[in-house]
Design a protein around this ligand. Structure first.
Ligand SMILES: CCCCCCCC/C=C\CCCCCCCC(=O)SCCNC(=O)CCNC(=O)[C@H](O)C(C)(C)COP(=O)(O)OP(=O)(O)OC[C@H]1O[C@@H](n2cnc3c(N)ncnc32)[C@H](O)[C@@H]1OP(=O)(O)O
Length: 235
């Protein structure tokens, strides 16, 4: 059986392929590291206990440093020519801030397509705090950026965030499941217009609009999303 290969431009945004054994373990390590960060916030430990933990953390860091890193340039080179391995695709996808399951900066936040809607879910712990007991507004902006970028799964083309407008309607609580949804509004040449909402329970806490700009060429709807007729191409 030939190994499945992966193409950079066909990777779903904010989702990862099935983990390899290496990836399973990286994810577990990331979860432990985030859990450690959670413990550090206002930890009620004395100076000598903290000095001991610092020495243990330093020893772990030094062990990790002895391994080196896989080359981003080589991984991207293989993926761009459609020759990426599953591990290459995982190396690209699973360290994304907030949404990458192997990122220690991920609560984790999960992203998925539900028909014509991009959905997301995350529970933010105390490391993500802004106002007391509430999620930092900048973290929500980041979460929205990850979420809204995924509307590019509906189209051909890939680009960066051009504009992100955010209106905070109500504080968003920590340690509560937060739900996100985004929709494609319209396409206009190289620009993708997107809108999004954030909910805590039944309360909408944030609304956002954004524009993504394709790196090269106009955005086009993929065949299976042709019904999302863009304003500049009347059906
Ligand atoms: C060969 C190998 C390739 C491999 C890689 C492939 C590409 C991969 C690309 C992406 C992958 C995703 C990576 C993850 C990203 C995570 C999310 C982020 O953190 S993104 C970082 C934050 N965002 C920035 O740093 C953007 C900085 N800005 C720029 O780089 C430029 O301004 C850019 C690319 C956005 C536009 O520059 P222009 O020179 O390409 O295009 P112009 O001609 O200026 O504009 C084209 C159209 O877009 C509008 N436009 C330009 N900038 C806009 C903006 N900021 N907001 C809204 N519209 C904008 C213009 O008005 C124009 O519209 P009209 O055609 O006239 O209707």
């Amino acid at each position: 059986m030939t190994e499945q290969t992966f193409n950079y431009f066909d990777l779903p945004i904010g989702e990862s392929p099935e983990p390899t054994p290496v990836s399973e373990q990286r994810r577990e390590l990331a979860r432990e590291l985030l859990a450690i960060s959670e413990q550090l916030v206002r930890l009620d430990a004395d100076e000598s206990a903290l000095a001991d933990y610092t020495a243990q953390a330093r020893a772990l860091r030094e062990q990790l440093e002895s391994h080196g890193h896989r080359s981003m340039r080589d991984i991207l080179g293989r993926l761009i020519t459609g020759q990426g391995s599953r591990q290459d695709a995982l190396d690209m996808a699973e360290f994304e801030i907030l949404s990458g399951p192997a990122s220690p900066l991920s609560p984790p936040m999960t992203l998925w397509l539900d028909g014509d809607t991009v959905r997301g879910s995350a529970t933010f712990g105390r490391v993500f705090m802004g106002p007391p007991g509430k999620v930092h507004g900048g973290v929500l902006a980041l979460a929205l950026d990850m979420l809204m970028a995924k509307t590019q799964d509906f189209v051909t083309g890939l680009g960066m965030t051009g504009t992100l407008n955010i209106r905070y309607l109500a504080p968003t609580p920590l340690n509560t499941e937060i739900r996100f949804e985004a929709r494609l509004n319209r396409l206009e040449g190289r620009k993708l217009f997107v809108e999004a909402k954030v909910f805590a329970g039944d309360t909408q806490t944030v609304e956002a609009t954004g524009i993504w700009v394709s790196a090269r060429g106009d955005y086009r709807l993929r065949d299976r999303f042709a019904h999302l007729a863009p304003a500049d191409q009347p059906a």
